[in-house]
Unconditional design. Structure first.
Lengths: 350, 350
DNA sequence: ACCGCTTGTGCAATCGTTTGCGCAATACGG
DNA sequence: CCGTATTGCGCAAACGATTGCACAAGCGGT
């Protein structure tokens, strides 16, 4: 192990003290230009690397933001993280990324470690089974800025960034109705998760607004959070179930791209024409939805934009005095990306 | 800001000193069981959160590993990161993830910040344009353990984890030949990157070993590192070029799944039958390659396994005395995942 | 009664930076 | 020539946990 050189080493060589060097490095106005030059010269000469640990300890600020995601290998979360990074990197913040793997206890330990290393803030999306929020309350109570995104906890008074799932679903279903669909099924996610609840609400409202009957049989609640290949399978199974109904539906709005794609594969294998006999809309605009045949209509949530917003919320909270601070909530509208799985050729666009 | 409670607060309440508390918490044998109980009780009573910054400063160890990836929104890197995490989390290490965005200068600053915060090690894949390696040398010279993966620098004497690209390519091309293909084109990546170089070598060797002619016209070198949608386009353009050749090739081995998929889309649009007129093999086994129609044959690199290995290399180096330490190199064999894009029906499997 | 040993605890320095405060030197106005 | 700014820098105390060393008390053996 080579001995690391410190601020005092520099000071010694320059016949001055650590304080002066420190101030010179932080461009303090009380240090003369000449001295600063000298210091900078020595710094590069000795290849000095500041020790941010020491600095963090003294300043009580680590310049690190903790990010907790259920999993980082979904495009959704990956591009969200990229979105955060884009914004905070120029302010000198680094990210430390924890995966909860959708498990409550990993979520807890992640939060603990992040607090231990004294992150300056935490940006998180809650795991699918989390119903107790005391660990998030702890973050607040320690005075650490918190931003929740996507799977948020609406009852907590913190910064929020989420997508307007109600709108997205409403938009998707209205689109299907415009295409002439009259019996629209819905692959709904587990209803204790807000986003899935809102998508179901949007679905219902759209149906009602267009004076169509709501059929509970067509609403299938299932766990849409798994690895991609499993959800694909789930989609196939559900598609089979729907196709065997006496009065077969003519469209599906799925809360997951992958379930929609699984369904699509089933229909192709069983010669049910998509979109003409069965139109499909997914959710999230995963890359794969653009290459599957027919390509899948879906909702793009502009995830990296969500990341940007989350980052900005954090930065805003940092510069605001606690007594003046009020949490901010951003609700972003998803965009319907219309592709072939829902585009019937004999329909005249309105 | 609520005042954080420290080890000395605990000590004061217990009429003892910080040293005793510290030792009690680290389960030092010199502290009596009784005292330890008392300490633990107070700890939970006061909701004490250890300050790892202070600890890191004193111990010269942060329990953080820096990971540098070109981009985290590729499945490849995401699952690699997951692979690392799996192994190191139980040893108490956290990950801090930096994206170089394939840019040399971001790579440099990432390394600098990681060294500043005194990470215990760095696991990195080099950016596509990096040709000067002094920043990686710096990591070594500071005595910080380094593991390079996938896009490695073979001339550096550090831990390496990479995939046997030569083997993968050889395997892919042999498979195409077994399927009856005789004029096989190759979408090659830029040749200053080792992995693409090795894939080209594997391609060439397989052709030669099967006594087929090598046609330079069929080898197209192009930049395969971009966002997915752009590579898709590149694939289409190249496919067009190939399809217009007087002697049209009957197969493509692409160093990128996305380029292969782009080509596939072009062939479908232009009624060139895949795999019968044109067989296709991609590289990486991205999820989308399984849903495109026909599904794409490709090479799976077992990325999360690569992550496991990288993590183990790091842990090994950590526990080994520098004077006994020798870098370890792991070369993993990719697996050919045979799907419909290359599977000709009239071929009897051998 | 004395010595040595074990067991449990405290003292104080240390990790590398930052920062409030004080002090000298110079400048400037009257 | 004195008083008051202004400029430039050093002293020393933090930040919170860790750790080498000393030391005290208790015990047993001679």
């Amino acid at each position: 192990m080579k001995k690391k050189i410190t601020i005092s080493d520099i000071a010694r060589e320059l016949n001055t003290t650590a304080s002066t060097v420190s101030r010179a490095l932080s461009d303090d106005s009380r240090i003369s230009k000449a001295k600063k030059k000298l210091v900078w010269k020595k710094v590069s000469e000795l290849q000095y690397q500041p020790n941010s640990i020491a600095s963090a300890l003294r300043k009580g600020k680590s310049n690190v933001i903790g990010v907790i995601v259920p999993t980082s290998d979904r495009q959704f979360f990956a591009s969200f993280i990229r979105g955060i990074e884009e914004i905070v990197r120029e302010e000198g913040y680094r990210l430390i990324i924890c995966q909860s793997d959708e498990q409550y206890d990993k979520e807890c330990t992640s939060i603990d470690s992040l607090l231990n290393i004294r992150v300056d803030g935490i940006i998180a999306s809650v795991a699918k089974n989390t119903v107790d929020f005391s660990h998030f309350k702890k973050i607040e109570s320690q005075g650490v800025p918190l931003v929740l995104f996507d799977r948020v906890i609406e009852t907590m008074n913190v910064n929020l960034v989420y997508s307007d799932d109600y709108y997205g679903a409403y938009r998707a279903v209205s689109h299907l109705i415009e295409q002439g669909c009259r019996r629209i099924a819905h692959f709904a996610g587990k209803q204790h998760i807000h986003i899935y609840q809102n998508r179901l609400k949007g679905y219902l409202q759209a149906i009602r607004d267009h004076h169509l009957p709501v059929d509970d049989e067509l609403i299938i609640e299932t766990d849409l959070i798994h690895d991609t290949y499993s959800i694909l399978e789930i989609g196939k199974v559900l598609a089979k179930k729907l196709s065997e109904m006496p009065e077969r539906p003519d469209a599906i709005f799925s809360s997951s791209d992958f379930a929609a794609m699984g369904a699509l594969q089933f229909f192709k294998e069983n010669n049910i024409a998509v979109p003409d006999e069965m139109a499909l809309v997914g959710y999230s605009n995963d890359f794969s939805s653009s290459v599957i045949e027919p390509s899948l209509t879906t909702l793009d949530q502009h995830t990296s934009h969500m990341g940007n917003e989350a980052a900005r919320h954090f930065l805003y909270q940092i510069i605001t005095k606690p007594e003046y601070f009020k949490p901010r909530k951003t609700l972003l509208k998803p965009e319907l990306v219309i592709r072939n799985s829902s585009l019937r050729r004999n329909v005249i666009p309105t």
